[in-house]
Design a protein around this ligand. Structure first.
Ligand code: ADE
Length: 265
C-alpha cells in the first residue's frame, strides 16, 4: 500500500489540475516602485484600499478594482518607514507576496518591473521579457546542497500562448539585492545563464512557490549591465520611457488573460 504522503500528493496534484481549468479571477501584481505601479493604477482606475488588508502600520499599499472579469490588485510595498524611499529588494518582495497571497488568495501572481539587461544575451533597452526561470546571484554558500539552496533556481509558470501571442522576449532572470554588479555577482549571473537582472523576481517566486500559486515575471530593460554607461545614470535616464512600455505590455497581458484559465496561458 502506498504511504499516506503519496495520497496527499495525488490529491494536491488533482486539485492543482482542477484549478488550472477554472477561469482566472484574481490577479496580484507585485510592483516594487511607485513610478512603475502608478501608470497601471491610473489606466485601470484602481483605488487604494481605505481598510488595508495588511497589518496596521505597514507601508504596503494595495490598489484594486475590476477590469472585465478580473479582480486586479496592484501591491506596492510602499516607502521604507525610516528612509522614505521605495522598498525595493528581496526582503520586502517576499514579505508582501506572502501577505498578499494570504489576504487575497490570487489565482496568479505577476511580478512586473524594470530590470538590467545583458546585450551579450540579446537584451536591448526597452525590451520586455517574460522570465523562463529565476535564480539568486548574491546568496553564495559554498557547502554542498546549501550552494544550490542559495541559488534557488526555479522554473516559472509556463505561458507558451501568452509568449507567442504578445511577441515578448524570454530569458532567465537573476535576482540580487544590489542595483550594481560586483565581480562575484557577475560570475553567479553568468553561471545562472541570465539575460536579465532584477532585485525582486526570485524572492517573489520563493513565496509564490511555497504557497503553490503560479507566478510570472514581466521585466522591462532600463539599462544594459554590460554596456558603456554607468548603470545608475542609464537606469534613471530610461525609467520613465521604459515604464510606459511596461505599462502597455501589462495591459496587453491582462487583456490576454481575461476569460482564460491557467492552462490556456
Ligand atoms: N532594475 C533596473 N535595472 C536594474 C539593474 N541593473 N539591476 C537590478 N535591478 C534593476
Amino acid at each position: 500500500m502506498a504511504p499516506p504522503e503519496d495520497d496527499t500528493k495525488v490529491t494536491e496534484e488533482a486539485m492543482a489540475a482542477e484549478e488550472e481549468e477554472k477561469p482566472i479571477s484574481t490577479i496580484v501584481f507585485v510592483i516594487a516602485m511607485q513610478s512603475e505601479a502608478l501608470p497601471l493604477v491610473n489606466r485601470f482606475q484602481l483605488t487604494e484600499d481605505p481598510d488595508s488588508v495588511f497589518p496596521k502600520g505597514f507601508p504596503w499599499v494595495r490598489y484594486h478594482g475590476i477590469y472585465k472579469d478580473l479582480h486586479i490588485n496592484i501591491i506596492w510595498p510602499g516607502k521604507d518607514p525610516v528612509w522614505g524611499v521605495n522598498s525595493v529588494g528581496t526582503v520586502s518582495a517576499s514579505l508582501v507576496t506572502y501577505a498578499s497571497i494570504q489576504a487575497l488568495k490570487p489565482d496568479l501572481i505577476v511580478n512586473a518591473g524594470t530590470c538590467g539587461g545583458f546585450k551579450a544575451k540579446g537584451a536591448c533597452i526597452g525590451d520586455v521579457f517574460l522570465a523562463s526561470e529565476v535564480a539568486f546571484h548574491d546568496r553564495r554558500i559554498p557547502i554542498p546542497v546549501f550552494d544550490q539552496y542559495g541559488i534557488g533556481a526555479q522554473q516559472t509558470f509556463s505561458t507558451p500562448n501568452l509568449l507567442q501571442k504578445l511577441i515578448l522576449k524570454t530569458g532567465k532572470l537573476s535576482t540580487g539585492d544590489s542595483l550594481d554588479m560586483s565581480p562575484q555577482d557577475e560570475a553567479s549571473i553568468i553561471a545562472n545563464d541570465a539575460t536579465v537582472k532584477d532585485m525582486e523576481g526570485a524572492a517573489v517566486a520563493y513565496a509564490a512557490d511555497l504557497s503553490t500559486v503560479p507566478a510570472i515575471f514581466v521585466k522591462a530593460v532600463t539599462d544594459l549591465v554590460d554596456g558603456d554607461k554607468p548603470t545608475t545614470e542609464e537606469f534613471l535616464e530610461n525609467l520613465a520611457a521604459v515604464t510606459a512600455t511596461l505599462d502597455q505590455s501589462v495591459m496587453n497581458i491582462i487583456d490576454f488573460i481575461s476569460g482564460k484559465c491557467l492552462s490556456e496561458l
